[in-house]
Design a protein around this ligand. Structure first.
Ligand code: UDP
Length: 326
C-alpha cells in the first residue's frame, strides 16, 4: 500500500483528497500548520503539525513516515490578499514549495503532485484554455504558482524530481457524504457566499462583482469543478508519476462555463429559496471568461468527472453550509 504525505491536508481540497486516498487503500499522512486548515478535518490518516517552510521538521517527518509520494496543497489562496501582502504569498507559496523540493532532493526524490491554478493564465486570450496557452499571471498569487512550476522544472532537470502540477479552475462543492467541505475565513468564493446569503438573508446579501462584462448576461463566466473530482485527479496524477511517466502541468476543469447570474439561479433552484444579492463594481483582475480545456487530463490520466454538474456542486455545498455552526 503506497503512503502519501499530504501537505495542507487539513484544508478544503486537501481534506477531500485525504478521504479519497484512504477510500482507495492509500496510507495518508497529513502535514499542516493549521494556519487556515482545521484539525477536525484530519480524519483519514496520521497528523503531523508543521509548516512547509520548516525544512528541519519536514525532513524529520519524511524520515519517520517514508512516504512514496507527496501531494502539496499547503499554500495561501486569496488573490486579493496576495495583492495587499505579496511578501506573505511569496514566502508561504514560493519558499514553502522550494523547501519541499530541497528536502526531497536531499532525502531522495519521489513524486510530487502540487496544486496549481488557472491564475497562471492571467487574462486568457481565448477560451477554452489549454495548457499550451500563454502563462501571464496578473497578480502575486498567480505568479507564486507559476514560479513553483518553474522551480519544479528546474528540480526535475537537476535532481530527477518527478512532478505534476494540477491547474485548478474553480474548485467548489463538498464531500457528498458531508464529512468535509469548504470553511474559509473570510470566505471570498462565490458559491459559499451565495449559499451564506441564502442561509442568512437578513444579515448578508452576496455582492455580485460586475454586471457589465462582455458576456451574455454581463457577469463573469467560470468553470466550476467539484472538489471530489479534483480529488480523483490527484490520485491519478500520483499513480501516473509512480509508474514513471512524464512530469507536466495539467488543467482541471469541466470545459463548461457558468456565469455568476447562472450560479445564483442554480442556487435558487437547488435550495428552493431566493438569493439576496446586490450588484457591485467589478473586482480587480477578474477575467470575463475562464473555462478549461480539460482534454489533457482526460487523455493523459484517464480522468472523468462524476460530481461536477452544477446541481451536484450546489447541492453538496448547500448540505455542508447548513451543517456549519455560525
Ligand atoms: N464573485 C462574486 N461575489 C463574490 C465572490 C465572487 O460576484 O462574493 C465573482 C467573482 O468576481 C468571479 C466569480 O464570482 O467572477 C468567481 O469568483 P471566486 O472568488 O469564487 O473564484 P475565482 O474565479 O476568483 O478563482
Amino acid at each position: 500500500m503506497a503512503k502519501i504525505l499530504v501537505t495542507g491536508g487539513a484544508g478544503f481540497i486537501g481534506s477531500h483528497v485525504c478521504k479519497y486516498l484512504a477510500a482507495h487503500a492509500y496510507e495518508v499522512v497529513v502535514y499542516d500548520n493549521l494556519s487556515t486548515g482545521h484539525r477536525e478535518m484530519v480524519r483519514w490518516g496520521a497528523f503531523e503539525h508543521g509548516d512547509v517552510r520548516d525544512d528541519a521538521r519536514l525532513r524529520s517527518v519524511l524520515r519517520k513516515h517514508k512516504p512514496d509520494a507527496l501531494i502539496h496543497f499547503a499554500s495561501s489562496i486569496s488573490v486579493g490578499e496576495s495583492v495587499q501582502d505579496p511578501g506573505a504569498y511569496y514566502d508561504n507559496n514560493v519558499l514553502g514549495s522550494l523547501r519541499i523540493m530541497q528536502v526531497l532532493a536531499q532525502e531522495g526524490v519521489r513524486p510530487l503532485v502540487a496544486s496549481g491554478s488557472a491564475a497562471v493564465y492571467g487574462l486568457p486570450e481565448s477560451v477554452p484554455v489549454a495548457e499550451t496557452a500563454r502563462t501571464a499571471p496578473i497578480n502575486p498569487y498567480g505568479r507564486t504558482k507559476l514560479v513553483m512550476e518553474w522551480m519544479l522544472e528546474d528540480f526535475a532537470r537537476a535532481h530527477g524530481l518527478p512532478w505534476m502540477v494540477l491547474r485548478y479552475f474553480n474548485a467548489a462543492g463538498a464531500d457528498p457524504e458531508g464529512e468535509t467541505g469548504e470553511s474559509h475565513d473570510p470566505e471570498t468564493h462565490l458559491i459559499p457566499n451565495v449559499l451564506k446569503a441564502v442561509r442568512f438573508p437578513k444579515e448578508r446579501q452576496v455582492a455580485l462583482f460586475g454586471d457589465d462584462y462582455p458576456t451574455a448576461d454581463g457577469t463573469c463566466i467560470r468553470d466550476y469543478i467539484h472538489v471530489m473530482d479534483l480529488a480523483s485527479a490527484h490520485v491519478l496524477a500520483c499513480e501516473h508519476l509512480l509508474q514513471g511517466k512524464a512530469s507536466q502541468s495539467v488543467n482541471l476543469g469541466t470545459g463548461h462555463g457558468f456565469s455568476v447570474r447562472e450560479i445564483v439561479d442554480a442556487a435558487e433552484r437547488v435550495t428552493g429559496r431566493k438569493v439576496p444579492y446586490v450588484i457591485k463594481a467589478r473586482r480587480d483582475g477578474d477575467p470575463a471568461r475562464l473555462v478549461a480545456d480539460p482534454s489533457k487530463a482526460r487523455e493523459l490520466l484517464g480522468w472523468q468527472t462524476r460530481y461536477s454538474d452544477i446541481e451536484t456542486i450546489l447541492r453538496t455545498a448547500w448540505a455542508w453550509e447548513q451543517k456549519k455552526v455560525q
